[in-house]
Write a protein that binds this ligand. Structure first.
Ligand SMILES: [Zn+2]
Length: 255
């Protein structure tokens, strides 16, 4: 196609992103924590916010009505810019969480590797649809700010959910702690504040509204529940139970 701006624009965005990530002192510190095996979920949350902010900055510096044809973020442009960049954020954050979760598991004697959640493609598609819906990019450019950071944080939240459910199926009782980001937190967030033990977890505990910087943490527990292999098994889906056991056996052999 003549005048396809995407290949060059994407290449610029990706290389500037990589440069800014490498030079970012906060990310450097958080990665050091991880390699020292000292990272926590609060670090993961900070890492996600920062990775989100870097991408937001790079978009802001490179995407504008001036570079877009007719000043519009067409669907086929949005798709090709957002899919790879958000996937990259997902990959970076996911890998941070898997390493940290593996470490947390080991710290309480669980020989289970950290799990990652699947990428939330629906959210990406939603963003692409929304941003290409307007004829004037200026009306929708805010979508490349806060929602990108929010998406990045959700990678951590989704991973916590995945790990908590996986471990619960394997017979352990991990807990989830949600804390408010500040004293001005909204009523919805206040309601969700607290420590929960699976399966008594409100489903909204992993959700966050715009600009919500509440933190969600996973608290490991190496003790097996009493009821684990009895008829009180909480998961009605037998196949999943077998899968969870199989995976545990596999990872146990590895360590
Ligand atoms: Zn909040």
């Amino acid at each position: 196609m003549e005048n396809d701006i995407v290949p060059d624009l994407l290449a610029t965005i990706q290389s500037e992103f990589d440069n800014q990530v490498v030079l970012n002192p906060k990310l450097k510190k958080l990665l050091a924590q991880l390699s020292l095996k000292k990272a926590t979920y609060l670090d993961a949350n900070e890492f996600a916010i920062e990775i989100g902010k870097v991408l937001t900055n790079v978009f802001e510096q490179n995407v504008s009505v001036e570079v877009l044809p007719n000043g519009k973020m067409y669907f086929n442009i949005a798709e090709r810019l957002l899919n790879p960049t958000l996937k990259n954020n997902y990959d970076l954050i996911s890998s941070y969480v898997v390493d940290l979760q593996t470490e947390l598991n080991h710290s309480v004697g669980l020989k289970i590797k950290g799990q990652s959640a699947e990428i939330n493609q629906d959210r990406i598609v939603g963003l692409i649809n929304k941003i290409s819906d307007s004829d004037d990019f200026n009306d929708v450019k805010w979508l490349l700010k806060e929602p990108i950071i929010n998406f990045s944080q959700s990678v951590v939240d989704d991973a916590i959910k995945e790990n908590v459910e996986f471990q619960s199926k394997a017979g352990f009782s991990p807990k989830i702690k949600r804390s408010l980001d500040n004293s001005k937190a909204c009523k919805w967030c206040r309601n969700l504040e607290g420590t929960y033990e699976y399966p008594d977890v409100p489903s909204d505990v992993y959700r966050r509204h715009e600009r919500c910087q509440c933190t969600v943490e996973y608290i490991p527990n190496g003790k097996k529940r009493q009821d684990v292999w009895s008829k009180d098994w909480i998961d009605p889906d037998k196949k999943e139970k077998v899968e969870a056991r199989k995976q545990m056996n596999l990872t146990e052999r590895k360590w």
